[in-house]
Design a protein around this ligand. Structure first.
Ligand code: NDP
Length: 322
């Protein structure tokens, strides 16, 4: 089968399109024929070596497709089933082996591309808005990169929960997309000082929570945007790693809470996975949640997808098709 293989970490050119042996499922696994694979920033972290994986490896943490074969101990899933998943590495390929407990049925009539595009960023937005800082009416959230894949999902879910969203984006077009997703205000943080703007927009009070996926370039100013006892949710580092923090800073800036969560710990059981995936897929089906698929690339063009994502050229979701 064809797959993208990283034999040594480095730039986008290390994503090599090549022939590999089709994997076989273990007793508790299923082999999925991939219809579409989602591109996520985490794939860039694995490719560059920021997150560790032993080469050679196939990147890609989410996909949807058709079950081809199941292991001897798998029940409840059979060949021919339409499934989607996130947080099992190896989806940049024609086939992937996935632990069966991580597979979720795709509702009848839903395009597999839509399912593939929604799992990782959708469930991330779900845990951030429902578990990490459960938003409620009256809350105000600052959402960085609000027109990004995760950002558009967080913005929509925050609105569903009745919270006010102040977003940030680098261009007027991205700002417009974030507004369409429900952001009340969008700050062009490449042109305006977002700390000053947040203070103005909240009449000096600050926001209840910051969802910060940008990292190095936004982290410290984001702390200044919080109300006393507000929560800083640092969940990514698209602009670079944040670096060491002195906990005393949280005292000085208002007895703040700081957390650095990951999806893996918020989908650790079948029950939790079904709650989050069920909500995301259900809302997509009912139209409560909408997906913005920016571009679909051929699997062989994975390097281009990474260049576009890292280059801030994209809005919403990117997909690869084998
Ligand atoms: P996005 O679609 O959000 O793309 C990244 C965006 O970040 C860009 O479009 C850009 O938006 C913004 N950005 C700001 N500065 C930079 C920079 N220097 N270089 C590149 N981008 C920059 O990607 P994803 O939705 O896939 O992921 C967003 C972040 O969320 C990543 O850091 C990812 O690791 C994290 N994440 C974390 C998870 C978790 O559980 N912890 C799960 C899922 C995602 P703009 O042009 O508007 O500035």
């Amino acid at each position: 089968m064809k797959a993208i293989v990283v034999s040594e970490v480095g730039g986008p050119e290390k994503l090599q399109y090549t022939d590999v042996e089709r994997p076989r499922p273990g007793p508790k696994e299923a082999l999925v024929k991939i219809a579409a694979s989602g591109v996520n920033f985490i794939d860039i972290y694995f490719r560059t070596g920021l997150y560790k994986a032993d080469p050679p490896f196939t990147p890609g943490m989410e996909a949807a497709g058709i079950v081809e074969e199941v292991g001897s101990e798998v029940s409840g899933i059979k060949p021919g089933d339409r499934v989607a998943y996130a947080m099992a590495r190896g989806s940049y390929a024609e086939y992937a082996v996935v632990p069966a407990w991580q597979l979720v049925s795709v509702p009848g009539g839903m395009d597999l591309k839509i399912a593939a595009a929604s799992m990782l960023q959708g469930m991330t937005a779900h845990y951030l808005t429902h578990s990490t800082f459960p938003l409620k009416p009256g809350n105000t959230a600052l959402v960085h990169a609000a027109a990004g894949g995760a950002g558009l999902m967080i913005t929509q879910m925050a609105r569903m929960l009745g919270a006010r969203v102040i977003g940030t984006a680098s261009t007027g077009q991205k700002a417009q997309t974030a507004r369409e997703a429900g952001a009340a205000e969008v700050i062009l943080y490449t042109q305006q000082d977002f700390e000053t703007e947040v203070k103005r927009l909240t009449e000096g009070k600050g926001v209840d929570v910051v969802y910060d996926s940008v990292g190095a370039s936004t982290f410290h100013k984001s702390l200044n945007c919080l109300r006393p006892r507000g929560m800083m949710v640092s969940f990514g580092q698209a602009s670079g790693a944040v670096g060491p923090i002195d906990p005393l800073i949280l005292n000085q800036k208002g007895s703040l809470f700081l957390t650095r969560p990951t999806l893996a710990h918020h989908c650790a059981t079948r029950e939790e996975l079904m709650w989050r995936a069920g909500d995301v897929l259900g809302w997509l089906r009912s139209g409560k949640l909408t997906l913005h698929v920016d571009k679909t690339y051929k699997l062989a063009d994975a390097p281009r997808a990474h260049i576009d994502l890292a280059g801030r050229k994209t809005t919403g979701k990117l997909l690869l098709e084998p």
